[in-house]
Write a protein that binds this ligand. Structure first.
Ligand code: PEP
Length: 257
């Protein structure tokens, strides 16, 4: 029986302005009880412009919802117009930051090298990276889903010491399942997530691999989350579209009910 606490994280993508963010987090807070928070860790990954509002709400109400950003710069500071540093996120008391989401890899040409630099920047500032990995449809159809995903895991973790790596969260998100309504079969998701844990054991140790939380992401909804969460190596979900509906996200958090 795993001792890993499931992590349910909502990735809002480029949705909800700071006023909508306040209303949304309030709805989550009203709906979730202490029992929910004990059973599952809950986080929202919000647009940069929402962070301060969410922080104020969470601080003021002592809510147990954690929050973070969807990206960060690999650089410390300086002439990088439009970028947000790990130090800035840390100052806003972010707990998490997503790194290498497939939409960043696809639309912003983020490589494994850049993701690795971002993982390092996150740790430098006490943020927990959620490293997103996963294959495109043609890669899966060619039978290379596992190899492709493991290469991304290895690339993202290059030179990351064990004392940092043991806290990372890895989100396996097959690209073809993100925002498409096509969920990866639970067995297929387990196969890749199990292989990710095996890779962590090979890179570090079995003890470390057993500590790391591996999420599944890709069209997760209240109707399919229980089957996904029943898999041995899946410790949570990264939820995009369905996290924008507070009632639906609460149902996902309560997948055991
Ligand atoms: C995501 O944005 O990481 C995601 C998994 O999106 P969706 O749940 O909408 O597929």
């Amino acid at each position: 029986m795993s001792t890993r606490t499931p992590l349910m994280a909502g990735n809002w993508k480029m949705n909800l302005n700071h006023l909508e963010a306040i209303a949304h987090v309030q709805k989550l807070a009203f709906a979730l009880t202490d029992k929910d928070y004990d059973a599952v860790e809950v986080a929202v990954l919000v647009p940069f412009t929402d962070l301060r509002s969410v922080q104020t709400l969470v601080d003021g109400d002592k809510l147990k919802i954690k929050y973070g950003a969807q990206d960060l710069s690999a650089h410390e500071s300086g002439a990088y117009t439009g970028e947000i540093s790990g130090a800035m996120l840390s100052k806003l008391k972010c707990a998490f930051v997503a790194v290498g989401h497939s939409e960043r890899r696809q639309y912003h040409a983020e490589s494994d090298e850049l993701c690795n630099a971002k993982v390092k920047a996150a740790y430098q500032h006490g943020l927990t990276p959620i490293l997103c990995v996963g294959e495109e449809l043609d890669v899966r159809e060619a039978g290379n889903a596992v190899a492709h995903t493991l290469a991304q895991v290895e690339g993202g973790l290059k030179d990351i010491p064990a004392e940092q790596a043991e806290t990372i969260v890895i989100a396996y998100e097959p690209v073809w399942a993100i925002g498409t309504g096509k969920v990866c079969g639970a067995d297929d998701a387990q196969e890749v997530c199990g292989a990710i844990r095996g890779k962590l054991a090979e890179l570090y140790s079995q003890e470390l691999a057993d500590k790391v939380r591996i999420q599944y992401g890709g069209s997760v909804k209240s109707g399919n989350v229980a089957e996904i969460m029943a898999q041995a190596d899946i410790d949570g979900a990264l939820v995009g579209g369905a996290s924008l509906d507070a009632d639906e996200f609460v149902k996902i958090v309560r997948f055991r009910d």
